[in-house]
Design a protein around this ligand. Structure first.
Ligand code: 6R9
Length: 631
């Protein structure tokens, strides 16, 4: 189903609300099923218990690959743009991709991986990364991808939570002028992971790595030992497809579980309609496959529609800040999907890096991951889109599997800073403090979704209670997103940011409690409190207030020690941007930290700190302000 006009959008939306089962059944009929489903939907947000397409069986890789072998075997599925632009730009046709996925699937089988087993993937942004995901899906193994910026300890936690049996990694990865020693980090992680039996290693940077007898195998060696065809495993619609860990307001990251049938339908449907994808177009999503955006809009969504996708290994500023525009020019990119933080960082170089680049192929621009400020929106529109490429500001989450609120490219009239309207099938509501739906327009509230959609998470791995308490208990009967939202006079949605203790740093979700736990591990730290603050490039930065009574070295060195602790414990992505040493924290009599005050101080807005009289020791506030100003 492809929506081609605003009128079609409106009628599709109406139908999706009036008769969801028939709406989604029509969408799902565009895919290849082994057995058709018996029942489109069964749901209870109080359980919570959500099932889509029950009785249906399928394999997502039949839809991503086999199906296209009949109609477009020689079309290009992936164009690889390596970190070093001088290196070869390998392309993979659908036929070649199919064969490589099959071979890899056979390697997994040969090494004892079975349907339902969990496989951890820790790799650089190379085509083999998508091949690894698809190979798991081919045999019904559940992949759990971990972003390359996480530390050994974070990896170990995730592997142990999911009880992974197999790990796929590479010797290393290139990122700009840096090399990331992936295998070395995995070796450290695996010291504490008893369930892992085997590790498959791709040669990429070819830095020296330790290869443990009986555990570690080279991908290339294994590939020679297996067949080029592997039949796909028949999966139930509700079987898990993958786990992806994400941060919340409590300490430990949760494993978001997505399923085979619903996720497939939703990924394919949203890719086609949000970007208005047309056959033959080149799509470039700059996200990393370690995040949900790379799962849905580099791996599954585009392949489901037979698209051509660029996989970019490097960073936007290497070797020069023209890199994205060089890629657009070289591969004639039609749709560019990126993050506000990347736009703001490139904006800071002015328009020189864009000058002389042929960006005429661009038809659609997309933004994801965090609110896009108007200045960045206009810069993107004028300098990259030439003022005539629609911008789709897509709001969604790891939990939602795909885009929920967004313009449809070229169809929905846009407004800077607004994700505009819900896709057909999505029923957003704003809630007030008392837990009631706020009716009408020109209102703000907490964003909830009142009806299920096929791509939503089904549970948090190994802990269904946590699934319930995180998403369905703030507003019983509703899925709570954790975001604040404005619905303007036109009924357009504008996402204003997280209302929980999650910070969005460069589009990455970081829980304040996680960072605090890491800081508190440092010997000498008594206590800490972490809040977000506005950051010109990252959107939000991490601001840490730390009680450290005996700084015997110089304070700057102590800060670096703390940063190192956070890096080792969580990963470099969670390092605070600012650390301020304070004598105490603003606590209520019941011992709760009043983060509202700390946020204000971090923002530099001390004129209106609100009521501090309920604090155990109100004088501490002045001392914190003094410390923050001295920093
Ligand atoms: C896809 C993804 C989810 C959180 C989400 C919200 C923020 C994402 C946004 C946006 C404003 C947008 N967010 N897209 N805020 N406008 N277009 O980013 O998933 O990493 O799980 O983050 O990101 O706060 O709740 P994830």
């Amino acid at each position: 189903m492809k929506i081609e006009s605003f009128q079609e959008y409106q009628s599709a939306y109406q139908k999706s609300v009036q008769d969801p089962a028939s709406f989604w059944s029509d969408v799902a009929d565009n895919f290849l099923w082994i057995n058709r489903w018996n029942k489109v939907l069964e749901w209870d947000f109080n359980g919570p218990d959500i099932k889509w397409f029950e009785g249906g069986t399928l394999n997502i890789t039949d839809n991503c690959l086999d199906r296209h072998l009949i109609t477009q075997p020689d079309d290009i599925a992936y164009i690889f743009e390596p970190n070093d632009p001088e290196k070869e730009h390998v392309t993979l046709t659908y036929k070649v991709l199919h064969e490589r996925v099959c071979r890899t699937a056979n390697i997994l089988k040969r090494n004892g991986v079975k349907k339902g087993d969990r496989v951890c993937i820790y790799m650089p942004m190379v085509p083999e990364l998508t091949i690894a995901l698809l190979a798991c899906a081919r045999i019904g193994a559940v992949h759990s991808v971990i972003f390359g910026g996480f530390s050994a300890r974070s990896i170990a936690d995730r592997i142990n939570d999911a009880l992974c049996k197999f790990v796929i990694t590479a010797d290393g990865g290139f990122r700009g002028d840096k090399q990331i020693p992936l295998k070395e980090v995995i070796d450290d992680a695996l010291m504490g992971c008893p369930t892992v039996e085997k590790v498959m290693v791709l040669t990429h940077t070819r830095i020296p790595v330790s290869m443990l007898k009986g555990r570690d195998v080279w991908w290339e060696d294994e590939a020679k030992l297996v067949d080029s065809y592997c039949p796909s495993e028949e999966m139930n619609a509700e079987d898990p497809l993958f786990i992806l860990y994400t941060s919340g307001s409590t300490g430990k990251p949760k494993g978001i579980v997505h399923t085979c049938g619903g996720y497939m339908v939703y990924a394919g449907y949203t890719f086609q309609n949000v970007f208005n994808y047309r056959k033959g177009e080149v799509f470039f999503c700059t996200a990393d496959i370690g995040w949900i955006t790379g799962h849905t809009y580099i791996t599954y969504g585009p392949l489901l529609q037979g698209a051509t996708t660029v996989i970019f290994e490097g960073v936007p500023t290497y070797p020069t800040p023209s890199r994205f525009w060089d890629i657009v020019e070289r591969h004639k990119v039609n749709i560019l999907y990126t993050a506000p933080t990347a736009i703001r960082s490139l904006m800071s170089f002015g328009t020189d890096p864009v000058k002389g680049k042929d960006l005429s192929s661009i038809r659609v621009l997309g933004s994801v991951g965090e609110p896009i400020n108007e200045e960045a929106w206009h810069w993107f529109d004028q300098n990259i889109g030439g003022g005539n490429a629609p911008i789709v500001d897509t709001w969604w989450q790891t939990e939602t599997g795909g885009i929920l609120i967004s313009p449809l490219a070229g169809i929905t009239p846009t407004k800077p800073g607004y994700a505009t309207l819900p896709l057909p099938g999505i029923q957003p509501v704003l809630m007030d403090e008392a837990g009631n739906e706020i009716e009408g327009n020109g209102v703000t509230g907490n964003l909830c979704i009142k009806f299920p959609w096929p791509g939503m998470l089904r549970t948090t791995y190994g802990d269904h209670e946590r699934f319930k308490s995180t998403y369905f208990s703030a507003y019983p009967g509703y899925y709570f997103t954790g975001d604040g939202c404005l619905r303007d006079e036109d009924g357009y949605y504008r996402i204003t940011g997280r209302v929980d203790d999650v910070i969005n740093v460069s589009g990455h979700r970081i829980g304040t409690a996680e960072v605090e736990n890491a800081i508190n591990l440092h010997a000498g730290v008594v206590e800490s409190a972490v809040v977000g603050y506005p950051h010109p490039v990252k959107g939000q930065g991490i601001y840490a207030y730390v009680i450290f009574p005996r700084i015997d070295k110089d304070a700057q060195l102590t800060r670096l020690d703390i940063l190192q602790t956070v890096s080792r414990y969580i990963g470099a992505i969670a390092k605070p941007d600012k650390i301020v040493f304070v004598p105490g924290l603003p606590k209520t009599r019941s011992g709760k930290i009043m983060r509202r005050i700390l946020r204000k101080i971090a923002e530099g807005d001390i004129s209106n700190l609100g009521d501090t009289s309920t604090l155990l020791d109100p004088t501490v506030v002045q001392e914190i302000i003094k410390a923050a100003e001295a920093k």
